[in-house]
Every structure is written in C-alpha cells, then in structure tokens.
Design a protein around this ligand. Structure first.
Ligand SMILES: [Zn+2]
Length: 412
C-alpha cells in the first residue's frame, strides 16, 4: 500500500534535493531526501535527512517513479580484527591505515564497527588501545563509525580447540587491574569484552564490567551449565561466535553449546561465511535463538582483502585458501575470516530461508540494541542518518551508496 502524506508532498517541493552538501557552512539546515525500497517490506520509502539525522519518513507518493535500490540502515559489525592488510594490534596502524579500513567498509555498507583486539601480552594490548584511541581523537569523521572496541581474550580458555587461534602463551585468568589500564588507555572505549566464565575470578570480573556498562560476551569457553548460568546472572548477554572457539570433540550432554543455545537471555553472534559453521548449524542456531536474538559478525582479519597464499601473522604461520578460509597451520584451526558481514547476510538468507529484512536486522538493529548504540541501527525518526542503498539480486548484495551521519561517504 502506498500511503499519501500531504506533509511529504509539500516538503519534497521545498527541500534541498541531491546528496552533496552545500559548501557554505553558514547554511543552517542541510537537508536531503533518500528514496528506496524498504528492506523490511519491499515498499517504496522516502527518508528525509536533516543535519545528519533522520527527520521524517514517508511512503512515496503515487505516480512517482519507482525507486531502483533497497534502502536500509548502515551495517554494524562488532567483531573486526583487521582489514586490507591492517591489524588493530600493536602500534603500527596509522591514520592512513584506519582511513583505508573505514572507507573500505563504507564501500561495502558497513557504517559501524568495533575494532576487536585479541589475546596478546599486556604491553601490546596497552599500546594497541592507546594507538587506536589517539587515531580516533584525531579524526572525528572516521570516529563516527567506531563507537568503541571489543576485547576478545586474553581471559579465555587455555584448552586446545576452545582457545582457537589465540596464543596459549598469553592466555590468562581475568585480572581487573590489568584490564583497567587497557580501559583507560582506550579512553574508556572498550564497550564489549569476551571472556570464558569458568576461569578463576571471571564472575567478579563480569560484575565489574557491568558496573561500567561494558557488554559481556561468553566465548572461547569450555564452561558448562552452572558457570554459564552464573555468568548470565552476573550480566553476560552475548555468545561470541557461537559454535566456534569450541573443541572438535565434546560431550553429547554436557558441553558449552547447549546451555548457551537454551537460554533466551543470551543473544548469539554467528559467523556465516560458509566455513565457520555448517548450513545445519546456522539453521539450528537461528531456530533456537530466533531472528531477534541472532547477530551476524564477520571476525575479519587483516588478511581479508588479500590474495590467497601463506602469511606470517605475529610469529604464526597462516594460510589463506583459494576459497577464502584462513587457517592457523600449527593448530589446524580457523584463524578469523576473510568475508565481510555482507556475505553473512547473503548466506543466512540462503541457509535459513529468513527474509532480507530479518537478515539485515541481524546486522543492524540487533547489534545496535545489544551494544546500546541507541543512535543507530534502524530507519527511524531521530536516529543518526547511517543509511545504505543497495541492489539485492540473485542472492547477492551490492552496495551503491552509503551515508554516515548524513554525509555521503560512498557512491557508485
Ligand atoms: Zn574468536
């Protein structure tokens, strides 16, 4: 049903049309109209953006030309270790690198991401957080897309399989004093922590994280029902890449998967790149969690965007296969992913038969809710204008235009 809005008709005739902002900064109100097909219901929709925010939403007026592309909120990926040869670990990332990563994501419709720092020595983590925090201080434009950081490890299971590709040498029990140093180095930007709740001191650590409003995720864990339940009671709300960071051989009754799948208080993040989970696992997890409690993540590493071959990463030998899987040779385990979250959207539709709207919600609205990013993740009045226009054809998603905070940051 195409609804008429008189206000919409009047507004369309007077507002500034097009996407380039006027050069004159004195102009007090900057407006733009974006027209597209709603990702939620396949009907035409017009969104009016004013001063970087969504001001008005209306259905298109009868007789108007049908829009060509889908319109959706910008995508959110809360697990990104690196991209295009750049890693967030260490102090080697400079402004150009951060710009390349962020603009690379804008090209693909990802408007928000959390740089994710994995298990390292305390000193390296400290330097890494200091470095990225400074880069964000220096560039507000890029910082719009990076609301905080995700710390995955070093407080995870040391057991083979559960630890995945994390280096055993640096895995340890939770240490709040050490964490506080990283937190302060990050400019209080660590907004999500993945830990294994079975470790000594983990419950106290979770409680302290929650006092700072840090989202607590369970991951790389060998914990069973009691520890998982207690972690949830203490405030854990997410399972990090459920089904991964898990041993290949587990007890059929007592293992870390069932209690996480069974509890509705945990949202599951999943990597749907076709390597990390089978189609059947994705279908089962989706059925257990439902479209509102499932979140897509990429787990990209710096090898993403690089050609297949052998690589050395922090002293470990990795191989990227022709198909795009990244393996840590010494442990024969996957070491992050090479496909963007857009591949996850395409695959989750294929694997589960969910709608485009549900798949996009798993990479927009759901992570925004989970991470308390109340200013984004939906096309709603008052939200920041992080929007994408894209074509969705033959199961493939192709981004045509991206806006962040009302600015066009990519267009083709
Ligand atoms: Zn992991």
């Amino acid at each position: 049903m195409v609804k008429h809005t008189i206000y919409g008709v009047v507004l369309f005739s007077v507002i500034f049309l097009g996407c380039e902002k006027p050069d004159d900064k004195q102009q007090s109100v900057e407006k733009m109209v974006l027209k597209g097909i709603s990702y939620l219901d396949d009907l035409p929709i017009s969104v009016i953006v004013e001063d970087g925010f969504i001001k008005e939403i209306s259905r298109s007026v009868e007789g108007e030309e049908e829009p060509k592309y889908y319109l959706a909120p910008g995508l959110i990926d809360h697990q990104v270790n690196g991209y295009l040869s750049h890693s967030f670990i260490g102090d080697g990332l400079d402004h150009d690198g951060l710009k390349e990563i962020t603009e690379g994501f804008w090209e693909k419709g990802i408007t928000t991401y959390l740089p994710t720092l994995t298990t390292q020595t305390g000193e390296v983590l400290l330097k890494s957080f200091e470095n990225i925090a400074q880069l964000l201080e220096d560039d507000e434009h890029l910082a719009q897309s990076i609301p905080g950081f995700h710390l995955e490890g070093p407080f995870i299971s040391p057991e083979a399989g559960y630890r995945g590709a994390h280096n055993l040498e640096w895995i340890r029990d939770p240490n709040w004093e050490e964490f506080e140093k990283w937190y302060s180095a990050s400019g209080n930007r660590i907004i999500e922590v993945t830990i294994a709740p079975e470790l000594e001191g983990a419950m106290d650590f979770i409680r302290k994280c929650r006092e700072k409003d840090i989202v607590v995720a369970i991951g790389h864990t060998a914990a069973l029902t009691d520890d998982i339940n207690e972690a949830i009671e203490m405030g854990a709300t997410v399972s990090t890449h459920l089904g991964n960071g898990c041993a290949n051989t587990i007890h059929r009754h007592h293992n870390p998967l069932w209690p996480q799948l069974a509890d509705d208080r945990l949202t599951a993040s999943i990597i749907v790149d076709g390597f990390h989970l089978t189609r059947e696992e994705v279908r089962t997890f989706f059925k257990a969690k439902g479209p509102e409690n499932t979140v897509l993540v990429s787990d990209l590493t710096r090898l993403s965007g690089m050609p297949p071959g052998r690589y050395e990463d922090f002293g470990q030998e990795l191989v990227m296969t022709e198909e795009g899987a990244i393996m840590l040779l010494s442990e024969n385990v996957l070491a992050g992913a090479s496909f963007l979250i857009t591949r996850g959207i395409e695959n989750v539709i294929k694997f589960t038969g969910c709608t485009l709207g549900q798949a996009i919600d798993m990479a927009t609205k759901n992570p925004a809710r989970l991470l308390n990013l109340h200013d984004r993740g939906e096309i709603a009045v008052g939200k920041r204008a992080d929007l994408i226009l894209f074509e969705f054809q033959d199961g493939l998603l192709d981004v045509k235009k991206t806006l962040v905070g009302g600015d066009v940051v990519f267009e083709k």
